[in-house]
Design a protein around this ligand. Structure first.
Ligand SMILES: Nc1ncnc2c1ncn2[C@@H]1O[C@H](COP(=O)(O)OP(=O)(O)OP(=O)(O)O)[C@@H](O)[C@H]1O
Length: 359
């Protein structure tokens, strides 16, 4: 089912008002800069309480304004509820059916949303930090308790770094133990999830890219080979002298890396920009399929202008491999492509200067 409607107030350049989107597939057509991505962003806000483009809520308020509000009604196979996001006086609040949500973590499994967009290339060719973000997001979507593990690790890491910064080494061995314990648990989860995620990912890659060899994500854990807390403590002890100089923790899951292996080679060294882009889309297909497989629930799919960059064959294959979803929203530039994918169940809007016109 998905979102029946969304109401917008002061959200970026979008006009205030209620937009009916009660259809399994919604197409948003418009020239560049008219507000198509902004609308997808508003749905993401309602799903996760934040943006996929910025960490600053003030940024999404219409220029010159300092407050905004969104609400939407969502129906899934399991549930129906109203979500609200309000931002005023520099404070954001989230509500479900009128009740305040205290922790954004509690939103993670309410409206499982997967976004496809250009910036996703970073998951393949960007910094290790971006790659970790993708892996952590996949884990958090499927196993929300992972968020607690991640928060715990980050807290210990922050405290340990503070000790190093203030040259206060008395307690460091206590923090080493906690860091090892919390970090190993993250490492095991990342190992486990990549093992099963790779099955889905390599299968989708073979089909959509049509290339002969397998592409897999290889996990290069910072504490590679460590199985026990003692193994990790040994590494930490070895690094103590260096860390006292650098005043930061130099090993652990916050330094993990990922490597795309094509057959027995490094994918990035031989891939074209187009292939990197394609793989970033395939990662999202795999993420959505993996979610369905693990949880039995349907995701919401937001596809921001990603079809145009694919050739006809890959585009058809890509579309055919999108998993069943509660709802799919696509943005397109004006032109003919969208007509090829339009079905009887597709609701089409043209967006111009933030205003919606139903076709
Ligand atoms: N906070 C804001 N207040 C008002 N307008 C904004 C705000 N943030 C962005 N905009 C405007 O929104 C427009 C961009 O919209 P959006 O990113 O949705 O484009 P789009 O229709 O998806 O096209 P493109 O394909 O170029 O991304 C720009 O005109 C920009 O000036």
């Amino acid at each position: 089912m998905g979102f029946d409607w969304v109401r917008l107030f002061n959200f970026r350049n979008l006009g205030d008002g209620k937009i009916d989107i009660a259809a399994p597939q919604v197409f948003l057509i418009g020239e560049n800069g008219q507000g198509k991505s902004n609308f997808l962003e508003s749905l993401y806000y309602l799903s996760y309480g934040g943006s996929f483009r910025t960490r600053h809520d003030q940024e999404v308020c219409r220029h010159g304004e300092d407050q905004m509000a969104l609400d939407g009604f969502f129906t899934s196979r399991e549930d129906r509820f109203r979500m609200e996001v309000r931002y005023e006086e520099s404070r954001k609040t989230l509500h479900r059916d009128g009740k305040t949500i205290q922790d954004r973590k509690d939103m993670v499994s309410l409206i499982p949303t997967v976004v496809f967009r250009h910036g996703d290339m970073d998951f393949v060719s960007g910094s290790p930090e971006k790659q970790r973000w993708f892996v952590d997001q996949t884990l958090s979507m499927n196993y929300p308790l992972y968020i607690d593990d991640l928060r715990r690790y980050r807290k210990i890491l922050k405290n340990r770094n503070q000790l190093l910064k203030s040259h206060d080494y008395e307690m460091i061995s206590v923090y080493d133990y906690h860091l090892a314990e919390a970090g190993l648990s993250l490492q095991r989860r990342r190992e486990d999830v990549l093992r099963s995620f790779n099955h889905v990912f390599s299968q989708e890659f073979r089909y959509i890219a049509g290339l002969s060899e397998d592409l897999t994500i290889e996990y290069q854990a910072s504490w590679k080979g460590c199985k026990t807390i003692e193994d990790v403590l040994e590494i930490l002890a070895k690094n103590h002298a260096r860390e006292r100089v650098l005043r930061t923790t130099t090993s652990g899951p916050h330094r993990d890396k990922f490597f795309f292996r094509y057959g027995d080679r490094d994918f990035l060294s031989l891939a074209s920009t187009g292939q990197v882009r394609l793989v970033s889309l395939i990662l999202r297909v795999a993420q959505a399929r993996f979610f369905l497989k693990e949880t039995g629930r349907l995701p919401l799919l937001l596809l921001d202008d990603v079809l145009l960059e694919l050739d006809g064959l890959r585009r058809d294959r890509f579309i055919s491999r999108l998993p069943p979803a509660e709802q799919r929203l696509f943005t397109f530039l004006p032109g003919n492509i969208f007509r090829d994918y339009r079905t009887e169940e597709t609701m089409v809007y043209t967006i111009s200067d933030g205003r919606f016109q139903r076709e």
